[in-house]
Structures are given as C-alpha cells and as structure tokens.
Design a protein around this ligand. Structure first.
Ligand SMILES: *Cc1c(COP(=O)(O)O)cnc(C)c1O
Length: 393
C-alpha cells in the first residue's frame, strides 16, 4: 500500500494509466494543430479530436456538435451563465434591456456562484435558493422562484463537498415547462452516475476531465442544438473555433485523454459505482462503530457512491487532518480551504459553524482498495480519540 492514501477524489482524480498512454503520441509525433486543414498533421489531429468529441457526447447522450471544448468546468460554467444572459440581453428590446434574471442554488460551486455575482453587478437579478437540511432542492421553491424574466436556472448535478445528487430530471422538466433554460454543473457526476441530457431536460452542462481520471485543464460545455437551440454569447473572441462559441487552438493531447476517460467511465461505471458504494459504506460503518458523535452531512440516499462527509463533534477538522499525514483528505472544498471560513455548503444545510469546522470530506475513487479504506478508518479513529482526549469538551 502506497502512503499517503489518496481520499480526495473530489478535488481531482489521478490520471488513469490507460488515459495517459493514449495521450502520449500527441505530445510527440502527432503534434498537429486540429485547425490545420492543408496537411496530414492537421487532419490527424482533427480526426483524434472528433473521435474524442464523439465519445464525450455518447457518455452524455448528446450529439458531437453539441460538445464545446473548454479549459474545464470553471470556464464551462462562465460560458454557460454569462453566455446565456448576454445573448438574452443582446436580443431583448430597449424597454426590457435589463430583463434577464437567473436562479441558482446556495450549495453551488464557486464557479457558478461567482459568475452569477459578476452578472449582478451589471443589473442581472440573481435568486439564490436555499436547500433543505439534507442538501436537496425543494422543487416548489424553484417553481415559485422562476419569474417571467428568468432566462436560466443553474443547479448542479452532484455536490463537490457532500456528494448530494439533485433531482435533476424533475428540475429540468420544470424548467422546460416554464420555458427557461437549464444549466447543470455536472463536474462531479459525469462518468460516475448515468446522465442523459434528453431525459434530464438539460440545455447546458459543464464537465471536467480531471474529475473523471482524465488530465487537468480540459473540459467541455454541452450546448443543446435543438428543442430549443441555445444561443450563447462567446466569452473568448478569436479564430472562431468550437462552432464560434470558444476560440483558441485546441489542446489535442488533453482532448484525446478526455475522450478515453469517457470511454472508460462508460464501460466501467456500473461496476465501479457499486464497488465504491461498498467501500464508502464500509468506511462509514467502521467510523460509526468505533466513534460516537459522528454526523453525516447531506442525504445518504441521494448521494454519489464515492462520497462521505462527516462531522466529528469536539474535533477541529483542520487539526484532524494535521494528525493524519498518511491520509490525504479535505475539510470543506479544496477551493475554499485557503480561507478559514466554514464551508458555504454546510452552512446552507444549516450545520452550525462549530460542526462545519469539525467536518471532513472523504472522496473515494477508482484506485482505492479495501486495504486503504481500512487503514484510513483506523487512522481517523485514532486521531479523533486523541484529539477528543485533549479537548476540554
Ligand atoms: C471541480 C469542480 C469545478 C471546477 O472544475 P475545473 O475543471 O477544475 O475548473 C466546478 N464545479 C464543480 C462541482 C466541481 O467539482
């Protein structure tokens, strides 16, 4: 067993060796620019890109022309949210020039909340809906929040901290009933649980390769082409790549890796999910058997198979991680762990600041073994006992 044991697969996943192998030739002899149409170097690169695009589309139940490559889910979210609002404003009449409001969720990733905040500075009205104690959206609240000037609803598929899976199909159906576009940040869910953009009524969907055993710095935005055709204002002006929606020379090796990562997920998803669910439940059972005052954050029923988020009362999550050098874990989300603010996700669930500071995220992934899970459980139990023995409470 290699140490430290990596249990932070929501922050990023290791690149699958099969993905790396596919990518390597594109750093070497197959270096062509996919936009070069006058020679075989370019044709070969373009062919590889289109093959990958097809694999990504298939995993989403989309068509290849609906897949726009980006640098990752952050960029995809920005393109979707700013792109829809700006396009709506460009076509609106002078009288309702500011009309374009959006609805999103308190537990969204910063890469959704921050673009929404950005638009607010330009007069866009943003409604941030609360979630229930279990982390799920209340559909009735969403129904009430959608107004005549609402152009977009943005709700994530699965949360990056608590792994809670939203009722996406029902959300999409409601959006379509109301004639509003539905954007879904699926960075954590894509490749882990089945997603079909048609059945889920998704119009725009952000995905990222490094959350599914592909390389960092590559992602995609699914943009629906029919029923309805989504109009987006491009955020990157330039050579008109990616159907005019995202200019810039394509990162061919990364795209090839992304395509392979999708193919592997498509083949292995069902088996991997049940294995991870087994490991996750084993970890939870061990911790709960040996420790008292352990709370689960978020619904266990509507949850990614590889996620567990626990609060250990009277223990600081940060101290716990410091006492666990052999296990790579995270408190809150990696993106906000530079600050000492309690996680906005746990806060939205109504978890007290004290318990939020006592929370730890376990993110299990493809390469974790039973031996690693048992080791991690033992180490966490030891560390929690030690800290509680020291604590005055
Ligand atoms: C990781 C993540 C992002 C950001 O993705 P990048 O590809 O790293 O930009 C956005 N949303 C969610 C839910 C994530 O987990």
């Amino acid at each position: 067993m290699q140490k430290p044991v990596y249990l932070d697969n929501h922050a990023t996943t290791p690149v699958d060796p099969r993905v790396l192998e596919r990518m390597l030739p594109f750093f070497g002899p197959r270096f062509g620019n996919a936009a070069s149409h006058s020679h075989s170097f370019g044709w070969e690169a373009e062919k590889a890109v289109e093959f990958a695009r097809k694999r990504i589309a298939e995993l989403a139940g989309a068509t290849p022309r609906e897949i726009v490559f980006t640098s990752g889910a952050t960029e995809s979210n920005n393109l979707a949210i700013k792109g829809v609002v700006e396009a709506a404003r460009a076509t609106s009449t002078r009288a309702n020039a500011t009309a374009a409001s959006i609805v999103t969720l308190a537990t969204e990733h910063r890469a959704v909340l921050d673009p929404a905040r950005h638009l607010e500075r330009f007069g866009c009205h943003v409604t941030v809906l609360p979630v229930r104690r279990d982390g799920l959206l209340d559909l009735e609240r969403l129904r009430e929040a959608i107004q005549p000037d609402t152009v977009l609803v943005s709700v994530m598929y699965a949360n990056n901290e608590i792994g809670v899976v939203q009722p996406v199909r029902e959300i999409g159906a409601l959006c379509h009933e109301k004639g509003v576009l539905f954007h879904c940040d699926a960075a954590q869910a894509f490749g882990k649980i089945p997603i079909r953009v048609e059945e889920d009524h998704i119009d725009l969907m952000s995905v990222s390769a490094h959350k599914m055993y592909g390389p960092k710095g590559i992602g995609a935005l699914y943009v629906r082409r029919r029923n309805p055709r989504v109009r987006l204002a491009q955020q990157m002006d330039g050579g008109g790549h990616e159907f005019g929606m995202r200019s810039g020379t394509l990162n061919v090796p990364a795209i090839v890796g992304f395509g392979e990562a999708c193919e592997l997920c498509a083949r292995e998803m069902a088996e991997e999910a049940s294995r991870l669910r087994g490991l996750r439940d084993r970890l939870k059972a061990r911790l709960e058997a040996d420790l008292d005052r352990v709370d689960v954050n978020g619904s266990m029923e509507h949850r990614l198979p590889g996620n567990l988020n626990l609060s250990f009362a009277s223990v600081s999550g940060a101290s716990l991680l410091m006492g666990l050098p052999d296990v790579a874990l995270s408190t809150g989300s990696a993106c906000s762990s530079a600050t000492v603010e309690p996680s906005h996700v746990l806060r939205a669930l109504g978890v007290s600041d004290e318990l939020a500071h006592s929370s730890v995220r376990f993110g299990l992934g493809r390469f974790n073994t039973e031996e690693e899970i048992d080791f991690a459980a033992r180490r966490v139990v030891e560390a929690v006992r030690k800290l509680r023995a020291l604590s005055p409470a």
